[in-house]
Design a binder for this molecule. Structure first.
Ligand code: GUN
Length: 279
């Protein structure tokens, strides 16, 4: 039976370290504020936004929310972002994704000042990551690195397969694993022999967005399995992209859903917000 990688515990540990750091910075007169922008009322987004604001309160930084109507125009949102970019009190800005279909997501992302882009989505921050320069790193992949390191799982020289190539998870994940000296493969929906490719992995990171797609037949005996997916199953229970019951028979260590990768995303967002205080 696999060890469970406890994202809830590890994220709490990180938030407690950050809380301490925020208190120290406050003594030096450094305080911060995160602006959280949500367009429309997607229920899942509302939960994420609430949790992000709660985490800010926990570590001791201010947060401001901007809840905009679904019908808000792209120009209106861009105007708000321009204002927030200029506001010296605001040092972190995030727009909860997805934005409504009438908006160009890339245009929105690029309108956030790279210095305040605590999500790490701006092309300047993505470019910095690829080049090995300082910048904000996308929170979910950064959280997965912390999960591995804080669970004592070594990355260097290991074969890592990332399934999924999104800008938010798959691509930055592959770059981060490369930075940790793993041998990295990016697999995706067009990959031939996906099962065989996954079976080569010492560390398998799955971000495909399909409930329980990856079962034991994709997993090498003794591999570490990281599940980025989160779905509400037909039985109303939460599940990931990995079939946990099946996969945990082959894996050495595995993240559960919920309580694995999810809480780490917010912990790393807080990490980026604390970094924003000292920029
Ligand atoms: N939607 C899903 N994940 C994320 C995230 O990490 N940041 C933002 N802003 N929106 C998201």
């Amino acid at each position: 039976m696999a060890n469970i990688i406890d994202g809830k515990r590890i994220s709490q540990e990180i938030k407690d370290e950050l809380k301490q750091r925020v208190a120290e910075l406050k003594e030096q007169g450094l305080t911060g504020c995160l602006a959280v922008v949500q367009v429309g009322q997607d229920p899942a987004s509302s939960v994420y936004v609430r949790n992000k604001k709660r985490a800010c309160a926990y570590i001791g930084i201010e947060s401001r929310s901007y809840e905009l109507e679904e019908e808000t125009t792209e120009e209106e949102l861009l105007q708000l972002l321009a204002q927030l970019n200029e506001d010296p009190k605001v040092n972190g800005i995030l727009v909860q994704l997805p934005v409504p279909e009438h908006m160009d997501e890339n245009r929105i992302i690029q309108a956030i000042s790279p210095k305040k882009d605590v999500d790490g989505f701006h092309p300047q921050n993505v470019g910095a990551l690829v080049s090995g320069l300082p910048g904000y790193v996308s929170c979910t992949p950064a959280g997965i690195i912390q999960l591995l390191k804080r669970s004592g799982i070594s990355i260097e020289g290991k074969s890592c397969v990332v399934v999924g190539r999104s800008n938010i998870v798959g691509k930055p994940m592959a770059v981060l694993m490369l930075r940790e000296n793993a041998t990295v493969t990016i697999a995706h929906s067009r990959t031939q022999n996906l099962r065989e490719v996954c079976k080569q992995a010492d560390i398998l990171i799955v971000a495909v967005g399909k409930p329980k797609m990856i079962d034991a037949s994709y997993i090498k005996e003794g591999a570490v399995v990281i599940d980025v997916g989160i779905h509400r199953g037909d039985d109303d229970k939460l599940c990931g992209d990995v079939d946990f019951e099946s996969a945990s028979a082959h894996a050495r260590a595995i993240t559960p859903v919920p309580g694995g990768v999810g809480p780490m995303t917010i912990a790393m967002l807080m990490h980026n917000c604390v970094e924003a205080l000292t920029r």
